[in-house]
Ligand binder design. Structure first.
Ligand code: NAD
Length: 513
């Protein structure tokens, strides 16, 4: 079944790769106080190409102290939005100017196909421009009670934001948190994913060159249970923005409770792609393929359960599998490659184990394991299972790789029940020409985001987030501004103050509170 199209199987290594990746604290590149390190692999050879400083509690303490000092005594939180926006725009310029280098490093470290990594750099730059615009245009409410009171919202940055990010599209997802946190005047400590620390190390120089004051941005590498855990538990970090697995999110929730932190949780998904018989089938096929096989299937919003109306089920499965078999799998640096190498051997083992589970849960139509022409590296052929029952593990559990489950349905009610039949609720994709059905289905599907007759194209102003086990809170546009700021209410009396005169003989008539 692994007759996926060949691409080259070379091992491209970018020039000037660092052999050691450090933390960045208070404007300085530093190692862990303990000297501890961890190994970093590339997913094509699975060889160690670098070590990275392994942050411990004392390194997090140091980074938080720097960020706190920059927040309490530094200029950044007090700068005018326009001044901060200028810095953010310079950051965006620098990210765009380094697009090729960024894409090269991201591809090398994550195994993402280079053409898709380039898109990530552009999106990262756009995040900075977007939030630069937003804070300049930001205004807050004022509410008047005629003749007696005026109230207004004094929006303020909160303090040190802890940002914890995953390894899929790492640079872009970091920008998603860094841009609004910094735009609103906070200072930050970023803990990037340990599988992919390479591209994050570029932020330091980009920020320094753009004029971000020292201490505003701090980065601590390390394992989740060490550096991440210390950040979550630190009493001087009032906010944690986390993107990652649902189980990690649950643990962070518990650990953050002690200090009652503000939490934003972007978690896992198992999103349905629902194709009705009246859909534009060519467009639905393109989208259903791209939706699960782009970014190597390592995509939180992947449409990894495809639900297809019975009347077109056989035709859909046949055409889908034929296309999946010709997807180009290979060296992520080759511009022809459509599916590259999975990020890490541990993750490869997990995805491969689901492929084996799927063989007893569905009818294998394409893929089914390692492509024959790629004996080394973390490669899995795009794998398609049909006739998958809703109780199946490959229907219920997030695989986070190039594996898809296809299930038939007979009517709208059954389609909706199947779509909602998982613990997750991140995205849903719906393909139908029927306007009434499209809107009714969208409104009833349990998903934070719905795309109608479209693959995942996101306007940065829209809310981003999941329901059920896919997350808590929304980021995106003004919701990110809300998350990273306090809205203090200021009340001013306009006329005479009428306060009950407790303890005074004049108090008789004044009991109103
Ligand atoms: P993960 O949960 O294993 O790790 C994410 C981050 O959390 C890493 O930086 C890790 O070091 C850190 N971490 C781990 N344990 C921790 C702890 N105890 N305390 C603090 N930090 C800790 O996730 P992953 O495997 O890196 O990423 C894949 C997951 O992310 C998938 O489930 C995917 O759906 C999800 N994801 C969600 C979105 C979204 O927006 N909803 C976007 C991308 C990825």
């Amino acid at each position: 079944m692994t007759n996926t199209s060949p691409a080259t199987n070379t091992h491209y290594v970018p020039e000037d790769l660092p052999t050691h990746i450090q933390h960045y604290i208070d404007g300085q590149f530093v190692d862990s106080i303990s000297g501890k390190t961890f190994d970093v692999l590339d997913p094509v050879s699975n060889g160690n190409y670098a070590t990275a400083a392994a942050g411990q509690k004392e390194d997090i303490d140091r980074a938080v102290a720097a960020a706190r000092e920059a927040f309490v005594n530094g200029p950044w939180p007090r700068m005018k939005p326009r001044e901060r926006a200028r810095v953010l725009n310079r950051i965006a310029d620098a990210v765009e100017a380094q697009e090729d280098r960024l894409a090269e490093l991201e591809t090398f470290d994550t195994g993402l196909p280079t053409t898709q990594a380039k898109g990530q750099a552009r999106r990262a730059a756009e995040n900075f421009r977007f939030f630069a615009d937003l804070v300049v245009a930001q205004f807050d409410d004022a509410m008047k009670v005629p003749g007696s009171q005026i109230n207004y919202v004094n929006r303020k940055p909160i303090g040190v934001a802890g940002l914890i990010t995953p390894w899929n599209t790492p640079f872009m997802l970091e920008s998603w948190k860094l841009a609004p946190a910094l735009a609103t005047g906070n200072t930050v400590v970023l803990k990037p994913a340990e599988f992919t620390p390479l591209s994050a190390s570029l932020w330091a120089q980009i920020f320094k060159d753009a004029g971000l004051p020292d201490g505003v941005f701090n980065l601590v590498n390390g394992l989740g249970e060490e550096a991440g855990d210390a950040l979550v538990k630190h009493p001087d970090v009032p906010l944690i923005s986390f993107t990652g697995e649902t189980t990690t999110g649950q643990l962070i929730f518990r650990n953050a409770a002690e200090n009652l932190k503000g939490l934003s949780m972007e978690l896992g998904g198992k999103s349905p792609c629902v194709v009705f018989a009246d859909a534009d089938l060519d467009a639905a096929l393109d989208s259903a393929l791209f939706g699960v096989f782009s970014l190597n299937g390592e995509r939180c919003t992947a449409g990894s359960r495809i639900l297809v109306e019975r009347a077109i089920y056989n035709e859909f499965c046949e055409r889908y599998a034929a296309r999946a078999k010709t997807i180009v799998v290979g060296d992520p640096h080759d511009p022809k490659t459509q599916v590259g190498a999975l990020v890490h051997p541990e993750h490869y083992e997990k995805v491969a184990s689901y492929v084996e589970i799927g063989k007893s849960e569905g009818r294998l139509l394409a893929g089914g394991g390692r492509p024959e022409h790629l004996p080394e590296g973390n490669y899995i052929a795009p794998t398609v299972f049909a006739d998958v029952a809703p109780e199946a593990r490959i229907f219920q559990e997030e695989i986070f790789g190039p594996v898809v489950a296809i299930t038939p349905f007979d009517n709208d009610d059954e389609a909706l029940a199947l779509a909602n039949n998982t613990k997750y609720g991140l995205a849903a994709y719906i393909w139908t020409q029927n306007l009434t059905r499209a809107h009714n289905f969208s409104q009833n599907v349990e998903a934070g985001m719905v795309w109608l007759n479209s693959h995942n194209v996101r306007d940065l102003r829209t809310p981003f987030g999941g329901v059920k086990a896919s997350g808590l809170g929304h980021e995106g546009g003004y919701r990110s501004i809300d998350f990273y700021t306090d809205q203090q209410a200021v009340h001013i009396t306009l006329g005479a103050v009428h306060t009950p005169k407790f303890g005074s003989v004049d108090d008789a008539a004044s009991t109103e509170g």
